[in-house]
Ligand binder design. Structure first.
Ligand code: IFM
Length: 452
């Protein structure tokens, strides 16, 4: 008999996805354009020249996808809503068919015994709002609150968990700072203003959800937090590591949990600091019920005066295993991060809202996908998450990224993260070995001690 480390009763075992990455149906049933439609249709932006026009065709195949989740035994599904599907121009008139889609999806999940964990914004901003400045415009934060209200009115009686944003760091820096994501803008000052407006809109949405949603509903935000290690004990490397941590983590965690931006980073950013109006910080720091943490890898940094605005560089550990994304596999980092966040910010509850790995999976002639490396990755991370929970971290759930192979942003379809393999030509789904393995974990409510 295998030995299992068990998780607490009521633990959420889920899988996660996002609208643009899986839905497809980019111009159907009244949906408006998103910045990702525009960006992916722009030549040279996506590695394989692909778009999310069809993606996993989940918009038409959601019942099949719920059946897959049911087969795996998950009790929660983290999905995101496409804002332009619900409000084609971002504000104003609601698209009834867009709302109907999410309404039916939520009902379908509940019928299958799966709790919907809904993220309001996973990067697909309505293009019409980008045309008035996107997240650099403060007005967009107000429109986000209105969009939240439209969803809460319709779904608030059934949705138990709401996350306002997914990875605002990515939306701000990859989208507006470095131009690698939609809308493709390259300006540090813009990125910082965008980060502020994303946080502000989070606070506004929390208030809306508290007013309009089921009082039992849990409301929070999802951050991609970096587990940063200094390359050495040298003072310069320690300082570089603190800067990297300020850039990725503290710039978001401190306003959310302490109501201010970190002083050291404010000094570092200097003239690029965003406009902050009176009342903004108390809005941003409204009480949340949970913090969602997305974790994939660690970062090792060393000081380098030539190394870009943060004057640091990332060090690659050649001896470690790396995924197809080039990310080091470092499960202990999940434990370190959860414990640190708990010690420093004490959120009422924590979820691992994303964790997973891209590998070059292949379908065998007998129609299987033997993804042992993904199983090992997930198992070792789950052991580390359990260790953190044992030490008092209030961990309430874990979501594997991702249910399906999908559109991996600027990488297109070249990186496969799914527990379910998708043939993007036929849309045929195959549960990978990791999906069957996850079913066993969920059934045991625990993870096997022996590495697989
Ligand atoms: O696919 C993304 C997801 O959209 C956000 N978090 C990281 C994942 C893997 O890169």
């Amino acid at each position: 008999m295998a030995d299992f480390l068990n998780y607490p009763e009521g633990f959420l075992w889920g899988v996660a996805t996002s609208s643009y990455q899986i839905e497809g149906a980019w111009n159907e049933d009244g949906k408006g354009m998103s910045i990702w439609d525009t960006f992916s249709h722009t030549k040279g932006k996506i590695a394989d020249g692909s778009t999310g026009d069809v993606a996993c065709d989940h918009y038409h195949r959601w019942q099949e996808d719920i059946a897959l989740m049911k087969q795996m035994g998950v009790n929660a599904y983290r999905l995101s809503v496409s804002w332009p599907r619900v409000l084609p121009r971002g504000r104003g008139t609601v698209n009834p068919k867009g709302l109907d889609f999410y309404d039916e999806l939520v009902d379908g999940l509940l019928e299958a015994g799966i709790a919907p964990f809904v993220t309001l914004y996973h990067w697909d901003l309505p293009q019409a709002l980008q045309d008035i400045g996107g997240w650099t415009s403060r007005d967009v934060a107000c429109y986000f609150a209105d969009y939240t209200a439209a969803l809460a009115h319709r779904l608030g009686d059934r949705v138990t968990h709401w996350a306002t944003h997914n990875e605002p760091w990515v939306a701000a820096w990859l989208g507006y700072g470095w131009g690698e994501h939609a809308p493709g803008i390259r300006s540090a000052a813009c990125a910082l203003q965008v980060a502020h407006h994303l946080l502000l809109s989070h606070g506004m949405a929390v208030e809306v959800l508290r007013d309009l949603s089921n009082p039992e509903a849990q409301v929070g935000i999802v951050l991609n937090l970096a587990n940063v290690h200094p390359a050495s004990d040298r003072q310069e490397d320690l300082a570089a590591s603190r800067r990297a941590e300020g850039f990725h983590n503290r710039w978001f965690l401190e306003p959310l949990f302490a109501g201010s931006y970190p002083q050291d980073m404010s000094e570092w950013y200097g003239a690029q600091l965003p406009e902050v109006r009176p009342g903004d910080m108390s809005c941003i720091s409204r009480r949340v019920d949970f913090l969602g943490v997305n974790y994939y890898t660690r970062g090792i940094v060393k000081s380098n005066p030539e190394g870009g605005p943060l004057q640091l560089e990332h060090v690659r550990v050649e001896d470690s295993e790396h995924t197809e994304m080039g990310w080091e596999v470092y499960p202990q980092g999940l434990y370190e991060l959860l414990v640190k966040v708990q010690q420093d910010y004490n959120p009422p509850a924590l979820y691992v809202t994303e964790n997973g790995a891209a590998f070059a999976d292949e379908v065998t002639p007998d129609g299987k996908v033997q993804d042992d490396r993904r199983i090992a990755y997930l198992q070792n991370h789950l052991l580390q998450a359990h260790r953190a929970a044992q030490e008092g971290v209030p961990l309430k759930g874990y979501f594997a990224w991702s249910l399906l192979d999908n559109f991996e942003w600027a990488h297109g379809y070249t990186k496969r993260f799914g527990l379910v393999h998708v043939d993007f030509t036929t849309q045929r789904r195959i549960v990978k070995d990791s999906g069957w393995w996850y079913r066993r974990v969920i059934a045991e409510n625990g993870v096997e001690l022996q590495p697989v």
